[in-house]
Design a protein around this ligand. Structure first.
Ligand code: UDP
Length: 431
């Protein structure tokens, strides 16, 4: 539905389709972020169009999420899965599809919020031919990612250049944590405008509920000690560290331990290699009987998994934010997470979870052990964790901050135009 009273804005999320199923290889935090800010911004009074690349021929071109929020899938390359590192060559087509959609529907977005570097490139291209204002969220940074890769992809230099350009040229870049802001300043550029606005979570969906009910619904025993992982299968997520820490705990002859791993695609997707590698490690360590690979779980069922768990582990090598941490804490589950990036911002050590060094198997095992065997402390953490998320990370709170930022950026552009028109007319008067 289009409305004359609402200001239309566009969100661009090249590869992460806001209408896609979450948890598959390329569907993760970015999809959740764009979808939720889109819906909540619409509830706050904006007309929100979210643009993404069309990946499947059978998918609808337009998905209406709510009266003033929709996903629009644009033609850019073959309608099939293309890995992110090979998408850049299709971005010129993405830009022309975007322009033709605008023309056909008589739309003209004064502000575009881009997500990920490929979308940033599209935003900067669109800016060349129209007076749009640009806001950008990175979601992942080449400068961080390439530090830990043995084989640097060919696209690396282009990505690093565009990540620097967008910081220097956008009206504002959003860092989702103060840690991400520091990283941007130290690794990307010292110029450009940055605002810290965190990611959020749906606190109506992820909230404190009965653990015993959740266990009954998932057919899990009340005596089991459940350690949970939720997320994509990607080596940088550090699932191997968790599995090896789990093996250490098993060696201590602790009873009734169970590891549940949630996430991953069902069919031959590229994350299959990492999944296979993790399954092999589980087999080699003799953990098959006490490990469950639950596959991809939607956000409608996921709260049950968090609530049923005793501890949620986030062993990532790096996280700019880490939605899983706040989802788990919102459900009252303490987390043991790597002391990196946004996890340092969202988790309060000893109060809502524990932070340990990434890849440190012993430290993860110790942290998990402490949480599994200290009921009194965990009961306190359960309440603190959920209160912390409710206070700091609701999507509504996040979108109010974004909304204020957009208004500020749009107001500045009007002032700039007025000043420019004034200057132009005084030049022509004096000529
Ligand atoms: N997720 C999900 N189902 C799964 C696995 C993951 O819904 O089976 C969601 C998870 O709930 C979270 C997102 O995927 O909202 C992952 O976001 P995060 O920021 O933790 O990691 P990213 O994928 O962005 O690296």
């Amino acid at each position: 539905m289009l409305s004359l009273n609402r200001q239309a804005i566009a969100l661009i999320s090249d590869h992460a389709d806001p209408a896609a199923e979450i948890g598959l290889e390329e569907a993760g935090g970015q999809n959740v972020y764009v979808r939720h800010i889109g819906e909540t911004l619409a509830a706050l009074g904006w007309q929100v169009d979210m643009f993404t690349r069309k990946v499947h021929a059978e998918d609808d071109v337009i998905v209406q999420h709510s009266p003033y929020c929709r996903t629009i899938r644009l033609k850019a390359g073959a309608e099939t899965y293309i890995p992110r590192d090979r998408l850049f060559e299709h971005m010129p087509e993405f830009v022309s599809s975007f322009q033709s959609f605008q023309r056909t529907h008589g739309l003209n977005y004064p502000l575009i919020h881009t997500n990920y570097w490929l979308s940033a490139w599209a935003g900067m291209e669109l800016q060349k031919t129209s007076g749009i204002q640009l806001v950008h969220t990175y979601h992942s940074l080449g400068a961080v990612k390439y530090q830990s890769l043995v084989e640097i992809p060919q696209i690396a230099n282009t990505r690093l250049r565009i990540e620097r350009e967008i910081l220097e040229r956008a009206n504002c870049v959003i860092a989702t944590s103060p840690q991400e802001q520091d990283t941007l300043r130290s690794l990307v550029s010292t110029s450009g405008q940055i605002e810290v606005i965190p990611c959020g979570t749906d606190t109506n969906n992820f909230r404190l509920t009965s653990k015993s009910n959740a266990r009954t619904k998932l057919k899990l025993g009340s005596h089991e000690k459940i350690i949970l992982y939720v997320g994509r299968f990607d080596e940088r997520k550090g699932i191997e560290t968790l599995v090896r820490a789990f093996a250490l705990l098993k060696e201590q002859n602790l009873q009734n331990l169970k590891l549940i791993v949630v996430g991953g695609s069902s069919a031959n997707m590229p994350d299959g290699d990492e999944k296979q590698r993790i399954e092999n490690i589980v087999n080699e360590l003799g953990l098959t009987d006490c490990t469950v690979f639950a596959g991809r779980i939607g956000h409608n069922i996921l709260p049950l998994y968090y609530t049923a768990a005793d501890v949620c582990v986030i062993p990532s090598h790096y996280e700019p934010f880490g939605l899983v941490a706040i989802e788990a804490m919102a459900c009252g589950v303490p987390v043991v997470a790597s002391n990196v990036g946004g996890l340092k911002f969202t988790i309060i050590p000893e109060e809502t979870g524990l932070l340990v060094e990434p890849k440190d198997i012993d430290a993860f095992a110790n942290g998990i052990h402490r949480i599994l065997f200290d009921d009194l402390w965990v009961r306190k953490m359960r309440k603190q964790a959920s209160a912390n998320v409710n206070q700091r990370f609701s999507w509504t709170g996040v979108s109010i901050q974004l909304s204020e930022l957009y208004r500020h950026v749009l107001a500045q552009s009007i002032m700039h135009d007025q000043a420019w028109n004034h200057k132009r007319s005084s030049i022509s008067r004096s000529a």
